[in-house]
Design a protein around this ligand. Structure first.
Ligand code: ADP
Length: 215
């Protein structure tokens, strides 16, 4: 059973902590602000009012034994960076740190954060895609070039097999799965017929996917 700790209970940290707790994980929530700690204490395993810059206090919480620690301090970049360094120095296996700017993200990577997340930037990207595309449902960016996208079947594909729609050649993307109601067809073959209303999960270059999503 994974044990996770979230440091900083702003909008992002609070949401991460509550979601993990709802998923059944053991969650320790930490903030300097008493009100934020009180707000969350009934929903997570433990909530403590501690300044994460205080190394002794962190040690007393046994933070080094946690599987994942999420540094969700946002605005105070100095604290965010120092706490991340401290956690890695203490031997925490996986530290996930929230960055507010690209430069901040680079610094976090340099000092040993195992994952750097950019919640505001990523949410901006998602919202922008959702605004301009009629048919995109969800998107995972694998790299700056490649993404996995879940989209409603463009009408021109309906009734055709994957081979006839020629998605791979014409659109340069690969269909990983087709969702039809409750059914999921994984790794569909060339003869698989696409129906109107199907949800396609496709992987490909971001530029190629954009062609599809704007249809
Ligand atoms: P968001 O943009 O996600 O709302 P904020 O930066 O506004 O994030 O909030 C960060 C949270 O981190 C605040 O609740 C703040 O009290 C808390 N915080 C800041 N510094 C520390 C620290 N040294 N130790 C623990 N919590 C901290």
């Amino acid at each position: 059973m994974k044990q996770l700790a979230v440091i900083g209970l702003g909008r992002f940290g609070r949401s991460v902590a509550l979601t993990l707790a709802k998923m059944g994980y053991d969650v320790l929530a930490v903030d300097t602000n008493e009100e934020k700690v009180n707000d969350i204490k009934d929903s997570v395993t433990h909530a403590v009012q501690v300044d994460a810059m205080d190394e002794q206090a962190l040690k007393a919480l046994g933070i080094r034994n946690f599987d994942v620690v999420i540094v969700a301090i946002g605005q105070d970049i100095q604290s965010n960076i120092l706490v991340t360094v401290m956690l890695k120095d203490m031997g925490v296996k996986r530290v996930v740190a929230k960055a507010v700017t690209e430069l901040h993200g680079k610094v976090l990577e340099r000092i040993g954060a195992d994952n750097v997340v950019f919640p505001e930037r990523d949410m901006g990207v998602r919202v922008a895609h959702a605004l301009v595309s009629k048919n995109i449902l969800d998107q995972i960016n694998l790299s700056s070039d490649y993404s996995i996208v879940e989209l409603i079947t463009p009408e021109e594909f309906a009734g055709k097999t994957l081979e006839e729609a020629d998605v791979r050649m014409k659109h340069g993307v690969t269909v990983l799965a087709i969702r039809r109601g409750n059914e999921v067809i994984i790794s569909p073959g060339a003869k698989q017929v696409i129906k109107s209303g199907d949800v396609l999960v496709v992987v490909g270059r971001a530029a190629k996917l954009r062609d599809l999503e704007e249809r």
